[in-house]
Structure formats: C-alpha cells, structure tokens
Design a protein around this ligand. Structure first.
Ligand SMILES: Cc1cc2nc3c(=O)[nH]c(=O)nc-3n(C[C@H](O)[C@H](O)[C@H](O)COP(=O)(O)OP(=O)(O)OC[C@H]3O[C@@H](n4cnc5c(N)ncnc54)[C@H](O)[C@@H]3O)c2cc1C
Length: 399
C-alpha cells in the first residue's frame, strides 16, 4: 500500500491538495465526490455545514439524520462494504478520498457512524446470513441508528471485567446491568451489548455479543453532561431488557473475540478525513494568531510551526499504515492525533490570551475544541493503554 503514495517534498502546506498523489482514476472519483457534495449541500442542507462537529454531537440531529439519509439514497453510505451487502466496495484509497472531500466540504458529521463503521463490518464478518439480511439494509439506509454498549462503571480500559449479565429464557435473552459513556444512546434504535452469559465465568470467557433494541421498558437512558455542557454520551440501564435468542453475533460465550474484532476494525480511512478537519482548525488558528497579533510572539510561532509539522507527520503515517501496518500502528496513530488535537486546543487558549478566560456559556469554537479534545485521549483506548500496548508488543517489555 505504501508504494501507492508518493510523498511530495515541496508545496505549500495550505494548498488544498494533500501532500500525496493519487492515481488518475482516484482523482476522477475525487471529482465525482466533490461535485456531488457541492451540488447537494444546498437548499435545505446548505446551512448544515459544520453541524455536529467536535463537542457538538447534540446539534441538529433531525436535520443531520435527513442529510445522512440523502447521502444513503445517493449510495454514499456503506462505502467500503462488499457489493453483495449493498455496499459500494470502494477501495481504501477511495474511502480516504471520500472522507477527505466530505470533511473539506464542511458537510455535517454523520449520525450513522457507529452502525455503518463498527457494527456493519462486524456483521459482514461474523453475522449469520439472517442477521446480515435483517440489520445491514437499515444501517446502510440510515433507518436504524446504533450505539456501542461496552464500557461499564467497573470495566473501561479493563473491558474484560464486564458484569452486565444475560440469560436465555426460552427464545429470548434477558439482560440486566449498567453501561456507561454510551455515545448517542439517546438517539439510537439498537445497541450492541457485551454481556456475561455464563454465570461464574471471568475475564474474556463467557461473554456474548448481543444486539438489543433500545425502545423497550427494560432500557433506561440517562444523559451525562460533559465538560462542554452538552450530553453526547449516557448511562444505559438494562433491567430485564429483552432481545431475541437469534440476536447474538458469533456463538454464545464467544463475544470477547467479536468485541475485540469490532475494536480493531479499520477506521483509518475515516481518520484521514478527520485530519482535513484538523487542517482547517490549524489554518483558522493561524489566521486568529495573525489577527490578534499573537503571530508576532516567537513562542507562539514556534508552536504553530510544530503543530503544522505534527499534522504532516500524522498524515504521512496514517497513509503509510492505511492497510493496517504493524500491530502497533493503530496505537501509534491514536496517540499522535489525539495528543496533537489536545495540544492545538491549548495553543488556541494561549493565542486568545486573556480573552480565553471569558467563556460564553454556548462556547465558541476554540473553547469547545479545548474542552472536548480532552476526551480524545480517553475514548477508543486511553493514552496509557496505547503506551502499554506499544511497550508490550513493540518493545517486548513485560506487562
Ligand atoms: C467521549 C467519549 C465517548 C465514549 N463513548 C463510548 C461508547 O459509545 N461506548 C462505550 O462502550 N464506551 C465509550 N466510552 C468509554 C471509553 O471507552 C472509556 O472511557 C475508556 O475505555 C477508559 O475507560 P474508563 O473511563 O473506565 O477509565 P479507566 O479504565 O478507569 O481508566 C482511568 C485512568 O487509569 C488509566 N489506566 C487504566 N488502566 C491502566 C493500565 N493498565 N495502565 C496504565 N494506566 C491505566 C487510564 O489510562 C485512565 O487514565 C467513551 C468515552 C468518552 C470519553
């Protein structure tokens, strides 16, 4: 994969094109995506640009749902899914291009991400034909939204400590327990839940991967207010909640293997799109530094130049390891981008100077970035856990 990308050594950082060359076919695909987005981010969707971004996941859900369905109707969901599952079977390179163009256009953050990028590929790999036929079409059409029920108060980094339990009652799983930090559970129709189905089992043994409908008496969702003042994630209580016996992915008791596969599913393509958003943050911050005069401060200039360099490194590494790279590539990338973005939020506060101390309750863009980026070094595996993985797998150090 690496050989397909040619790194340019010259060129202005603010040029629209990334420092990478794609094939002529890729560029045709890019032109199609760009044209479609330009033609469609108009009319009722025109003012959705930028909605639902970092720390703004609560924003304009109904309109973003309508937009997401519009994308689906035009075949822009399930991009990397195989054609037999209704996908577009787009190559990784094309997926990168789509996400880059999407971010560049300012189109609103999609509401379908958990289903489309986490559960969909998991079902394609591990689901039964019946599960695939039942669940994939509404994910692709954005008719059913999903959330991820893994973390619990006592099981975050140490996910194998899950204690939510489920038992078969004839043809139904009955689930009792508590999940926490469940993103978008308040708008989800379904949740994929990691639950202990073998009493007395421990760690990764005896867990099952269940697909559970949210709209039922046994499920209670309580929002958790975040540092940004909004509530993007939730506590989810299962009190004898029910789902069909057939709604278990993989064999009962084999859920740990499936859950880990979901975690490992390639998210590089979308991540590279995210970097276009990061580039916009950086460009706008440079403008802010110019306007406020902070750009004359040698320390600020130095930090801006470092930020620019850091982003170039992240992009190059992301492209070089798009096909998975080595088994610590995902950890390295996660540390690089989440720390980079968090540092950018801190730099924004320093560029604002004294003005950073007065906070509008609605939060402006820079305060929102500063506050929400703290979450980025936690979700998807905290920094410490990524370091632990690198220490063990790459350096061969004892656990
Ligand atoms: C914005 C956001 C959205 C989220 N969305 C979801 C979601 O949709 N679904 C879901 O299931 N979960 C979700 N999470 C939860 C997320 O996966 C967990 O927060 C994360 O795994 C850390 O677990 P924890 O919060 O229990 O912290 P803990 O695991 O208790 O960790 C606390 C601290 O101890 C450190 N630590 C823990 N173990 C070790 C170790 N072995 N060595 C060194 N340091 C260690 C951690 O790095 C951290 O700093 C979300 C979290 C955030 C912030």
């Amino acid at each position: 994969m690496l050989g397909r990308f040619t790194l340019r050594t010259k060129g202005r950082p603010d040029q629209e094109e990334a420092p990478v060359r794609f094939t002529p076919q890729d560029e045709d695909f890019r032109a199609d995506v760009r044209k479609w987005l330009e033609a469609n981010l108009t009319g009722e969707f025109a003012d959705l640009r930028g909605a639902g971004g970092v720390g703004r996941e609560h924003e304009r859900h109904a309109e973003r749902l309508a937009w997401n369905r519009h994308l689906a109707a035009a075949g822009w969901t399930g991009l990397g899914w195989p054609a037999e599952h209704g996908g577009r079977a787009a190559s990784l390179t094309q997926q990168v291009i789509f996400h880059e163009e999407y971010a560049r256009s300012g189109a609103p953050t999609r509401v379908s991400i958990v289903g489309e990028e986490l559960l969909g590929p998991t079902l394609i790999r591990f689901g039964t034909p019946e599960q695939q036929a039942r669940f994939l079409p509404p994910i692709k059409a954005v008719q059913e939204l999903w959330c991820q029920g893994y973390s619990e108060p006592g099981a975050g980094s140490d996910l194998a400590s899950v204690i939510t339990k489920a038992a078969l009652d004839r043809d139904t799983w009955v689930i009792t327990g508590q999940k926490i930090w469940t993103s978008l559970a308040h708008v989800a129709d379904w949740c994929f839940v990691l639950a202990r189905t073998e009493p007395g089992s421990s760690r990764g043994n005896g867990l099952s991967y269940l697909l559970v409908p949210m709209d039922q008496p046994g499920v209670t969702v309580r929002p958790i207010r975040q540092l940004t003042g909004t509530a993007e994630f939730n506590e989810v209580y299962f009190d004898e909640a029910r789902t069909d016996a057939a709604n278990v992915v993989g064999a009962p008791g084999d859920g740990w293997r499936i859950a880990k596969a979901t975690l490992a599913i390639e998210r590089g393509a979308a991540m590279l799109g995210q970097q276009v958003g990061f580039r916009r943050d950086l460009d706008d911050l440079i403008d802010l530094a110019r306007r406020t005069g902070a750009a004359g401060d040698p320390v600020i200039r130095d930090r801006l130049a470092r930020a620019w360099t850091g982003l170039a490194v992240i992009r190059a590494y992301g492209l070089a390891t798009l096909d998975g790279g080595n088994d610590t590539a995902a950890s390295i990338l996660k540390i690089l981008w989440s720390r980079w973005h968090r540092a950018l939020g801190e730099l924004a506060m320093d560029i604002l100077g004294a003005a950073s101390l007065t906070i509008d309750p609605q939060l402006d863009r820079w305060h929102r970035l500063f506050l929400f980026s703290r979450a980025e070094t936690i979700y998807g595996g905290s920094d410490e856990i990524q370091h632990e993985i690198i220490a063990h797998r790459a350096l061969g150090l004892p656990r």
